[in-house]
Design a protein around this ligand. Structure first.
Ligand SMILES: [Zn+2]
Ligand SMILES: [Zn+2]
Length: 169
């Protein structure tokens, strides 16, 4: 299987569907078309996706987050399995490149990654800066993680920074 520059561990972190691939009929490793932001894709297997049969419709404002070499980086992002966004595509950028999606974290994942088993403190530290000002109640946000709220986690391959994007169902 392909390694994707912007997506770590596809088998674990991508959303798959039972529906057979609409290009080759394969029934295994079919990406769920719901996250491609297109009406014409229901299911595409990783093989067909790696052959670039279809690209994800990533909005232009995501391209505009990159200063240098944006066409190349944006082009590669469009051929990256989609993050299962609940709301809008909000792929974060660091060091002038897209951060690598490393998965959705539940409370346990935050606790394991934290010092002193304080997952909530880690969430506060890692939440994307644009989202921090929107938080009215940290306890409520923490309680919702894994339930009403998904925490998408990204890592910068250059500086190592980790950022969390939270979205609500
Ligand atoms: Zn296929
Ligand atoms: Zn960075």
């Amino acid at each position: 299987m392909n390694k994707y520059k912007y997506f770590e561990n596809v088998k674990e972190n991508a959303y798959f569907t039972e529906a057979p691939c609409q290009f080759c009929g394969a029934t295994e490793n079919c990406l769920d078309g719901a996250f491609f932001e297109r009406d014409d894709i229901e299911s595409i297997c990783l093989n067909c996706f790696e052959k670039k049969q279809v690209e994800v419709d990533v909005p232009d404002y995501i391209r505009d987050r990159i200063k240098n070499d944006s066409e190349k980086k944006f082009g590669e992002l469009r051929f990256t399995p989609p993050v299962p966004w609940i709301q809008n595509n909000d792929w974060p950028v660091c060091c002038d490149d897209y951060m690598v999606f490393i998965g959705e974290w539940e409370q346990d994942d935050f606790i394991k990654a934290s010092e002193n088993n304080d997952g909530k403190a880690l969430l506060k530290k890692l939440l994307h800066k644009d989202l921090i000002e929107l938080v009215e109640n940290w306890d409520a946000l923490w309680d919702d993680i894994g339930y009403e709220t998904a925490a998408f986690v990204f890592k910068c391959p250059y500086c190592g920074k980790i950022v969390v994007i939270c979205q609500d169902y």
